[in-house]
Write a protein that binds this ligand. Structure first.
Ligand code: SF4
Ligand code: SF4
Length: 183
């Protein structure tokens, strides 16, 4: 059903969610392996601790609201951020995530977008600093993450939007800015 994000594996070299993939679509021979970039525990089971650590670094969680509830303005990009099921397929396919523990990674950046956009918490500046500290500028915009995401979250697009917010406030470091051809 593509809900819990725990059945990520590589099938014929490509990261997939096993529950959303029909075996008939994989060809005559199927090579199934554990995901890259995460420590294998046993057989196809990988350690998800690496992903959890990045989420902790970026503080990607909701805190109780101090004020009375207000309506959250929804836009299509925000919905994409909510659609992330934390499967980690994007991180496993990101060339920067591998071997760079300081880089937040496409999963954490995608999930952070909804918090950045949530004006009810009024912590945009603090959230942007966390993105900067997680070296969002190292993203090369190769789009591997967007191509691999089984939920259509398009992490690379959300990273671009976060970088735009950083640029607007003069907080962006040199690195990923050169790839802003999209805008
Ligand atoms: S676009 Fe950025 S975050 Fe996505 S896979 Fe490429 S380098 Fe990693
Ligand atoms: S952005 Fe997509 S691939 Fe990455 S963790 Fe979320 S659902 Fe999985």
């Amino acid at each position: 059903a593509g809900i819990c994000g725990t059945c990520g594996v590589k099938a014929n070299q490509k990261p997939i969610l096993a529950c959303k993939t029909a075996i008939k679509d994989l060809g005559e021979e199927v090579l199934v392996e554990p995901l890259d970039s995460m420590h294998p525990v046993k057989d196809l089971v990988v350690e998800h601790g690496t992903l959890i650590e990045r989420i902790k670094k970026l503080k990607v969680w909701y805190e109780p609201l101090q004020e009375s509830l207000q309506r959250l303005e929804i836009n299509p990009f925000l919905l994409k951020s909510f659609d992330c099921i934390a499967c980690g397929l994007c991180d496993s396919s990101c060339p920067i995530f591998v071997g760079n523990s300081d880089f937040g990674g496409p999963m954490a950046f995608s999930r952070a977008y909804k918090l950045l956009q949530d004006r009810r918490h009024s912590k945009a500046e603090e959230r942007l600093l966390l993105l900067k500290d997680a070296h969002i500028n190292l993203c090369t915009h190769c789009k591997n993450c967007s191509l691999i995401c089984p939920m259509g979250v398009m992490p690379e697009m959300l990273i671009k939007l976060e970088e735009v917010e950083l640029l607007k406030r003069g907080m962006h470091s040199q690195g990923g800015v050169a790839d802003f051809g999209f805008f």
